[in-house]
Write a protein that binds this ligand. Structure first.
Ligand SMILES: [Zn+2]
Length: 251
């Protein structure tokens, strides 16, 4: 086998060499050189948006189930986060808070969740396309721990609930309807700078301490705030939040 292979290499080498002007006659071996046929890769067809939304809806249902704050298996989740998740479940049951999957956020495809008001009711919206991308592209379960998606989902819900409870309806109405995009950006940035440190100190960091896996953004945010000695007005931290938050306001 080796001799045949070596011979094949030698023949290939000989044939691919620039031909000399006066060509020698090549004597081919009597035995035919075996041809190795490699299977050609079968391209995986790109999924349509409809398929992604359908799968995103299944992921949403699964993560809603896994995030249940009354489930004994979630006892490791920080008490602060459990309390807020319970508050979400209760408010949802009472009909005060809607949890609504949407296909995507117009102009903000990288946004996973958003909060606001739907009439008089509070609402947390979750992008199914982003959720699909998160699980299949950003953090595929084959490469990452599936708990990354679960924790991102749980943390996202708590984060949005902090916005909803920390601000009046007027804030959300203003940020949705005002044409003064610069002021909306500044107000929302201030609000993110308020909520992120609460999340980091009470949820993200305690999860890291017990070795629970998190997404890269959360890990980076914790590292930066730690480097800033937990001072959220520190320029490095402000810059990090700005970078993450720019998307919806990019023109
Ligand atoms: Zn936020």
């Amino acid at each position: 086998m080796w001799s045949v292979l070596l011979l094949a290499i030698a023949v290939t080498y000989f044939i691919t060499q620039p031909q000399p002007l006066r060509q020698e006659r090549i004597t081919y071996p009597a035995q035919p050189v075996p041809r190795i046929v490699l299977p050609s890769p079968i391209p995986i067809p790109e999924k349509t948006s409809e398929q992604k939304i359908k799968e995103g809806a299944q992921i949403f249902e699964r993560l809603m189930g896994e995030s249940d704050p009354f489930f004994i298996g979630n006892k490791y989740y920080p008490p602060f986060g459990i309390a807020w998740l319970r508050g979400i479940v209760e408010a949802n049951k009472k009909g005060e808070l809607l949890i609504t999957p949407v296909t995507t956020f117009p102009g903000a495809s990288s946004t996973l969740m958003a909060s606001g008001y739907n009439g008089q009711k509070m609402e947390i919206e979750i992008s199914l396309l982003k959720l699909w991308g998160f699980v299949n592209v950003d953090y595929p379960v084959t490469k990452y721990d599936s708990r990354v998606a679960k924790h991102t989902f749980m943390n996202g819900m708590v984060h949005e609930a902090l916005h909803l409870r920390g601000q009046k309806k007027e804030f959300f109405d203003f940020s949705e309807n005002s044409t003064d995009t610069q002021r909306v950006y500044e107000e929302r940035l201030k609000e993110e700078l308020r909520v992120w440190p609460i999340m980091i100190i009470n949820v993200i960091r305690p999860l890291r301490v017990v070795g629970q896996p998190l997404n890269n953004d959360d890990i980076e945010a914790d590292g930066i705030l730690r480097g800033c000695k937990d001072d959220p007005s520190c320029p490095l931290f402000v810059e990090f939040i700005k970078k993450r938050f720019r998307d919806p306001y990019q023109k």
